[in-house]
Structure formats: C-alpha cells, structure tokens
Write a protein that binds this ligand. Sequence first.
Ligand code: GDP
Length: 535
Amino acid sequence: MPDLKSEIKKEVSRRKTFAIISHPDAGKTTLTEKLLLYGGAIRLAGSVKARKANKYAVSDWMEIEKQRGISVTSSVMQFEYNDYCINILDTPGHQDFSEDTYRTLVAADSAVMLIDGAKGVEAQTIKLFHVCKMRGIPIFTFVNKMDRASKDPFELMEEIEQVLGIRSYPMNWPIGTEGDFKGIYNRNLSQIELFGGGAHGQTQVSSTVGKVDDTIFTDLLGSHYHDKLCEDIELLDMAGEEFDREKIRCGELTPMFFGSAMTNFGVQPFLEAFLELAPSPGIKETSEGEIDPENNKFSGFIFKIQANMNPTHRDRLAFLRVCSGKFTKGMTVRHVNAGKDVRLSQPQQFMAQERTIVEEAYPGDIIGLFDPGIFKLGDTLYEGNNNVRFESIPIFPAEFFARVSPADTMKRKQFIKGIEQLSEEGAIQVFKQIDIGIEALIIGVVGALQFEVLEYRLKNEYGVSLRIQNLPFRHARWIENEGLDPRKLNLPSTSIIVQDKEERNSILFENEWSIRMAEERNKDLKLIDIATQDF
Ligand code: GDP
C-alpha cells in the first residue's frame, strides 16, 4: 500500500476545481457539455442540455425548477482527462439564483469567464467576476460563438480591461470575425487551426495545423485574411501584455481564448492550456493557521445546502469541499461548529446526471452529504480533535426585499421554522426592522424569483401560505463602525435601519444615490456591501 502522504500529494496535483461564470445564454451549458465530452464523462454531447430542457431530468431536484425549466440550484460534475481529475462546479443558469453561484465560487480554485463574442462583457458576468476578484482566484476567459459575427477582438480586450479592470493575454487569435470565421492562430504553438464547421459539435473535431508564415495558409485563407492575421499578431506581440504566470495565478491577468463551443472549435486547446495553467487545490486559511491540502488529516467546509431532494422528506444535501487529507466513506469526523463527531455514511458524488456513492475523495473534490438538518453553511468538518474553522462564507448583498408574514397567524411557529431553515441554506437573508414593533420580518433575496421559491417551499414543506409585501429597497449595507447607534445617523427618509440575524446593524436603501447621501451626511459612517457570516 503506498503511503497516504504520497497518495494525497499525487491526487492533489492532478486535481482542478473550477466554475464557469457567464451571463445567461453565453453558452455555459454548451461549453460544459463539450468539456465533459472530452473527458468521456458523457458519450454524446447533449446530455447536459437535456438536463436543462427536459423537465423530468434527474438533477431537476426542485419542483419549481421543473415547472420553470430553469436550473435553480447548482451541482458538481467530475471527469478525468489526460490523467487530470476535473471538478466543474455547475451554477444556476438563471440570474435570480446568482447568490448560489457566488457561494459556489468560494469552493472553486479558479474560474472560467465565458463571454459571448458578439455581446462582450454583460451584467451578470460583471457581478460574478467581482466575486472571483475578491477571492483572488485565477480567471480564464473563453470568448464564445466565434462562428458568428463578433466584436473586434482588440475591442473585447479593451472592454475587459475597462469594465472589469483586468488585463488579458490572448492565447489564441480569431481569423475572420464578421461571420466569416476561418479558424484560430495558437500563439504558443505558432500554428493555425482551421475551422471546419464540425459535425454540429456532436463529436470531437480534428484540426489542421501549420506554422503561421506557412504559405499553405495564404492559399487556404487567402492573402486578405493571412495578412490581417500577421498584422494582428505583430501588434499583440509588440503592444500586448507579456505572458506572466504569476499575474495569472493571482488573478491580475486573464489568459484569453477564442472559440465556438457549439461547433466544438477551440475547446480542446482551451481545456489543455487551462489544465496546464490552472492551480491545483492550495493552502487554505483557518482559525488555527494555514492548512496544506497534503496534510494527512481530512478537512473540508460546507458551502452549499440544498433542500427538498425528496419533497416528502425534509432531508437536505450539504455540499462539502474537501480541503485536505483523504475522505473515506463512513469515516467519523469532528463537526467543529456543533462540537460533535459525525459519521459520514452516505456521501454522494455527481457526474453529469447520476449521483453515485463516493468511496473516497481528495482535496478539490466536492461531496454531497446527507443532512438530516445538522449542517449549516460555512461549517467545518475535520478529522481529529481540533477546533479548526475555515473562513466563513460571505453573505452577498440582497437586491430585493419584502415584508413576509404567514397569512394565517396560527401558523407562526411553522413559518419561523421554515424561514430559519431557508436562511440556513442561504436561500434568503432575514432582517428585522428595529424599533418599530412590526411583527413581519423583512426578507432579502438576490433575485426576485427567489420569493417564488420561498412561497412555494413554505407552502409545500411547512403548509404555510405567505403574505408578501414587496418593498422598494434595492441595496443592503452593513454598518462597519463598532458601537455606533444607527438611530443617531442622519439618513435619507427613504432608507430604513434593520438588523440581520446576527443582530448586526444594516441599512436598506432604495438606490445608489441615497447610499452616497448617507455617507456624505455622516462622515464617519463606514458601510460595506458584503458581510461575512459567522455561524
Ligand atoms: P447558457 O445559458 O449560458 O447555458 O447557454 P447555452 O449553452 O444554453 O447556449 C445558449 C444558446 O447559444 C443556445 O442556443 C446555443 O446553441 C447557442 N450557442 C452556444 N455556443 C454557441 C456557439 O459557439 N456558437 C453559436 N452560434 N451558438 C452557440
């Protein structure tokens, strides 16, 4: 038996755990499907798509997801490629569930930012990008849909820099961007890969390759395209950023790839370069100092809780990211936050559409733990008697608020229980308005559709009908100043003071303008938009 230390070391070094961030419709489902195809995790591309379209698909866990045909919650897909073990953290397609995506990013070691070549950087991409930036993880850019007319690639680079504040290094370069796509030039290998259209992307395409100055390409591309390409490359080499691994590693420079997920063009070179550049699971900060993934002791944290796998039970699935050591089925670990030992007997893993029982897992892997209601977001599990705690999971700012109460006051107890559970899962944020003696709680959500989920789940799981009164607020800001009495602040009349469930003072504002007004009127006031949740 090889010793545990070298086994863990080997497994850590071949693991890559990442999430794809994009605006809806940029092609995330399509790209995910193609990546899985290369890994042989699914035989024919289309299975992931089917999951999205087919309302009876296995991973459409929540009834509301089935009804709406949208992916509400996120799951994880694992596959092997060239001896790498890759975990893709899937995220909800619908922007109303972006908080779930934000949280999933906490479990990723890198991110792939997928951009529609014709649309450039879109709203949802900007928000998700900022979460990655905050975490300082490497970000890889894939510019998709190059088979159609797109923006000028130099313009896209400029846009990424202006809007997101990150410089890019094109790893390859498109030839023909006005709906006349001919292929890409691979800067690293100095070779051209011709676009052949592919068999509608159903299978892997082979590419034609050759040096950039090979006259065969003047013949193939025509001198117009070949000359333009040579000019572009010269300009990039002269005026562009230098390739710098260190800048990529700390998220200051994004390697940029052009391709077309649908026709499966440029996906494999992207995957290979990505695997080479993306980091393996690294050191994590804890309350007791750093934990090395190669540490013999198993540790991990819960970054997501998903309820209602089976509507007749209240069972939940807690998603744990392994951070160090080796996980084995049935092992007993310390549930640090509850101060108890728990046996992890039904761990589950996910691949495309099936859930299977995992026997073992290593740093970077995600496992689903059967949760009878004991786990909370941010909880640490650890092998051994120690009080290690990973950094807490951030609470992302809600953008919609409503006063919520049970339609039938007799149901208040069930109502509170349901609200507590959903808040533990991170599906809603609970606030109380201070000092006005109003019974109704204020619920904040990141996307308006989450109110529907709230209403649906309280009705279905707790038998409580809700009264929901929408409020005009769009921003929550936490007050950072210790000991400051918020009632003494001079605030715009349209804002209100609330407390979150940890009784931290916050203010709800209707618009950015009133936030600025509050800051101007109260010079010492320090407002923050992302708080950390300490459970
Ligand atoms: P998601 O919402 O980001 O998951 O996007 P999808 O993967 O569902 O793609 C949205 C639409 O864009 C679908 O109609 C896809 O067929 C289409 N699409 C995805 N990739 C490409 C591509 O490379 N080229 C073209 N022309 N269309 C694409």
